[in-house]
Design a protein around this ligand. Structure first.
Ligand SMILES: Nc1nc2c(ncn2[C@@H]2O[C@H](COP(=O)(O)OP(=O)(O)OP(=O)(O)O)[C@@H](O)[C@H]2O)c(=O)[nH]1
Ligand SMILES: [Mg+2]
Length: 303
């Protein structure tokens, strides 16, 4: 647990440095809890992409709690802040890779990290003794099937693939049959990157989900939206539109190692109340963490 926490802290170090520096500066400027301090804190949160609404909620609650507890020093609000944020982040239980027998459809806009995340998820499941089948349902982009195949070879994973240009729903269908025959725990389906504005590609995704649901048998269909943390507030737009079109069960937020604005996690949780189940903190196969609200807020805010 300690080692995992260390890795998380390291993975979040850009955001962590950004936020804790601002908070430390605010504390230095106003050692006593006063209006200036609350304003500086608000500014620190908003500039880390926490979002206006969540920031106001956090600061209002902190002010009330600080008053109740008769806190006088601004340095004393740290544990309240962590608690508060952890509460906002606790929006329902993640089920993906927790329950057995799932068909996990992974989607999102181009380049967010879908294929890499799938490899990481396969590996994570394997480390818990679970077997998965990879479905190469990105039949659209050149070399997408090969990219997943390279991961599959590296991980000795079973992969189901068709020709490029074929119907991705048929790939998922065959993957479910294969999973059934082998009694696999999970099917993890890669799909082509698409913009939420491309109606025909969104329809294709709906078809994949429909076919998966029809053929699921003992399996449960889960949708996992992959968002790139570096896209900032645009991640909110993506979540809204994919959710309206398709229903997003859970979210994986990638490239948290590359952004100083990890507060976006809080904005997403606040606005959509969709569980963020995984965060990506690097390009390597182990650079994924199962999201835990408390560890996350500690890793981000503990000075
Ligand atoms: N630093 C960092 N890089 C990541 C992370 N996740 C993915 N990447 C990188 O992001 C790039 C795109 O990753 P892919 O997995 O190919 O993304 P994709 O969404 O499948 O892309 P398309 O299939 O083209 O839509 C690769 O260079 C990955 O190594 C992460 O958590 N951190
Ligand atoms: Mg891909």
């Amino acid at each position: 647990m300690v080692a995992i926490f260390k890795r998380l802290k390291k993975g979040l170090s850009k955001s962590r440095t950004n936020i804790t520096e601002k908070i430390t500066t605010a504390i230095k400027r106003s050692p006593k809890l006063d209006e200036v301090f609350w304003e500086d804190l608000e500014e620190a949160l908003i500039s880390s992409d926490v979002g206006f609404e969540a920031t106001v909620e956090i600061v209002d609650k902190l002010r009330a709690d600080a008053k109740k507890q008769r806190l006088k020093e601004s340095a004393d609000i740290q544990s309240l802040l962590i608690e508060n944020i952890s509460e906002i982040l606790s929006v329902g239980k993640s089920k993906i890779l927790k329950d057995d027998k799932q068909i996990i459809i992974v989607f999102g806009v181009n380049g967010t990290g879908k294929t890499t995340t799938i490899a990481k998820l396969y590996n994570l499941a394997k480390s818990k003794g679970k077997e998965s089948i990879l479905a190469a349902a990105d039949t659209f982009r050149a070399a997408a099937i090969e990219q997943l195949e390279i991961w599959a070879n590296r991980l000795s994973a079973k992969i189901v693939k068709h020709e490029r240009g074929s119907d991705p729903a048929a790939v998922v269908y065959d993957s479910i049959k294969a999973a059934d025959a082998r009694n696999s725990d999970y099917v993890i389906a890669d799909t082509a990157g698409r913009l939420h504005t491309q109606a025909n590609l969104m329809d294709e995704l709906k078809k994949i989900k429909r076919v998966a649901t029809e053929k699921a048998g003992d399996y449960t269909v889960k949708t996992l939206l992959v968002l790139d943390a570096n896209t900032g507030q645009n991640a909110l737009v993506q979540t809204k539109l994919f959710n309206e079109a398709l229903g997003v069960d859970e979210i994986a937020l990638t490239k948290m190692d590359g952004t100083a604005k990890g507060g976006i996690v809080i904005a997403i949780a606040k606005e959509f109340r969709i569980p963020i189940s995984f965060i990506g903190i690097g390009e390597g196969i182990d650079d994924i963490e199962e999201f835990d609200p408390k560890s996350f807020s500690e890793a981000l805010f503990q000075t």
